[in-house]
Design a protein around this ligand. Structure first.
Ligand SMILES: NC(=O)c1ccc[n+]([C@@H]2O[C@H](COP(=O)([O-])OP(=O)(O)OC[C@H]3O[C@@H](n4cnc5c(N)ncnc54)[C@H](O)[C@@H]3O)[C@@H](O)[C@H]2O)c1
Length: 481
């Protein structure tokens, strides 16, 4: 097929590249000239595992190209994909102006009958607006063009940043909201090379397809917010959220995914889609209480992690008047991406700076994006090229993103470098055991009893080790602290 993809962001670039890899000819149109120039020079503007290799190969083999200027389409594009952003407006509703603008461009340029596939996440009814634009623009042109026939399809995107390439080639399901059997056949043909089971391609009506995406994201976000509330409750009641999570997840009706407590969900989808869905409901007089609560809980979780960090700082008993210093590991909203949109660090760092606290940050991929998003306040933050440098003389180490490279740090070196040995683990990845033996105060989310037990055991172990070393008639190894 001859395909034009609009937008070279996380969704557009992955989709364009994936479709090229499947043998289609793809032109990717992107308004950001710098991004286009980078792509044409072989530089990938986003971090997404596996993407660079695919872009390079398909560019070399002539199946994909990038442009900032919508070209003459007389070569016969038969499929258009709209993957531009739909950012939140001040009231939380989705701004679909870029989607509608692209629909106008397509109506003005298309040279043959074609599908216009909207992959962007858009409120229910946007597809009808797109179809209206396509129809009215064509009707206003020559009689031949008015009969061209451009047909909108809703094809919401479910890829996850960090595993987007796998998600493209092995999707769990593909949802197509179509208006005719012609569109259905074209969509089936587009995805046929993926060799999916028939049931994996779900052909439904346009409005239901549009709603699917919001409903899916809101439900996943709701699970996260629910578990974050459980973590707060566990902290207050002296229960263990890990055990609660395992018990919940062991129920096949519930399952284990999206039940990890953390500093609140972020990224370009959950925060904006949850709010957009709440707006959508309000617009039609259906108040979505669980959806609104999901959003409020997320804000509360951010505040809770901030408060935990401030309490941890407050507990530090120090005579010297030096400014307190927090080291943050992890800025991306999740591992394996450089996306910092709505990340926890963007909510927490400005508050720490307001309080006169020094902040040092590290992230394997997302530091540039984070500092850009922070704006003028970026100058107040110390960026560190290595994780270990971020903790130099820090009072608290706050873990916000659980990159693999943070999973098993050299804790004795961390202990030696920090000024005070305090850790706030907002991803519950480390556990108190390896830290208590080194004299760290360890704060997690809702793991109080476990922390107490592991700390006690580590101390007992340490005492035993010391006693052993003081008993000369017993040949036992001296255990390092
Ligand atoms: N990022 C995700 O994980 C994800 C997953 C599923 C769905 N979505 C949805 O997909 C859409 C795109 O998301 P994204 O994360 O790729 O956004 P993004 O901001 O990374 O990329 C959007 C790109 O579109 C470009 N653009 C804007 N107007 C344009 C125009 N008129 N012509 C050509 N290019 C234009 C922008 O310059 C930008 O590069 C959103 O609606 C989002 O909600 C995102």
């Amino acid at each position: 097929m001859n395909i034009v993809v609009f937008g070279a962001g996380y969704v557009g670039l992955v989709t364009a590249t994936g479709l090229a890899e499947l043998g289609n000819h793809v032109l990717c149109v992107e308004v950001d000239l710098a991004r286009v120039e980078a792509l044409r020079a072989g530089k990938i503007p986003i971090f997404e595992p596996g993407l660079a290799e695919l872009v390079t190969r398909n560019t070399r083999e002539g199946r994909i190209d990038f442009t900032a200027v919508v070209p003459d389409l007389s070569w016969g594009a038969d499929t258009f994909v709209i993957a531009v952003g739909t950012p939140p407006r001040a009231d939380g509703s989705a701004d679909v102006s870029a989607v509608l603008a692209v629909a106008e461009t397509i109506a003005a340029r298309a040279a043959r009958r074609a599908l216009v596939i909207v992959k962007s996440t858009v409120p229910v009814g946007t597809g009808d607006r797109v179809q209206h634009i396509l129809d009215t623009h064509l009707q206003a042109q020559t009689p031949a063009r008015s009969r061209l026939g451009l047909e909108h399809v809703s094809n919401p995107e479910f890829l996850r940043e960090g595993s987007a390439i796998d998600d493209f080639f092995s999707p769990e399901r593909i949802v197509c909201g179509v208006r005719s059997t012609w569109a259905e056949e074209r969509m089936r043909a587009l995805y046929a090379p993926l060799q999916l089971e028939a049931a994996q391609v779900q052909i439904i009506d346009v409005r239901s397809a549009e709603l699917c995406k919001y409903a899916a994201n809101a439900l996943l976000a709701l699970r996260i917010s629910f578990m974050n509330e459980m973590a707060r409750l566990c902290d207050a009641l002296g229960a263990d959220v890990h055990d609660v999570r395992c018990a919940l997840g062991g129920d096949s009706r519930i399952g284990h995914l999206y039940l990890n407590p953390g500093p609140g969900y972020g990224g370009s989808c959950f925060p904006k889609d949850v709010q957009a869905l709440a707006c959508l409901g309000r617009d039609v007089g259906v108040r979505l209480l669980t959806v609104e609560a999901t959003h409020e809980t997320n804000d509360a979780q951010r505040r809770w992690v901030l408060e935990k960090t401030l309490r941890a700082l407050g507990d530090i008993d120090r005579d010297d008047p030096q400014t307190k210093r927090v080291a943050i590991w992890g800025l991306a909203f999740k591992p394996e991406t450089d996306d910092v949109r709505e990340c926890a660090a963007l909510a927490i760092v400005p508050r720490l700076l307001d309080l006169g606290i020094e902040v040092r940050v590290h992230d394997p991929e997302a530091t540039d994006n984070f500092l850009r998003a922070l704006g003028p306040r970026a100058a107040e933050v110390k960026r560190c090229g290595r994780a270990i440098d971020a903790i130099e003389d820090a009072d608290v180490l706050l873990l916000l993103t659980e990159w693999h490279s943070y999973r098993s740090p050299d804790f004795p070196e961390v202990a030696a470098r920090m000024r005070s040995r305090v850790i706030v683990d907002a991803r519950n990845v480390w556990g108190a055991a390896p830290l208590a033996a080194l004299g760290f105060k360890y704060h997690s989310l809702g793991l109080g009893p476990r922390e107490a037990r592991e700390t006690r055991e580590a101390r007992e172990e340490k005492t035993t080790a010391v006693t052993r070393t003081m008993t000369p008639d017993r040949e036992l190894p001296i255990e390092a602290e």
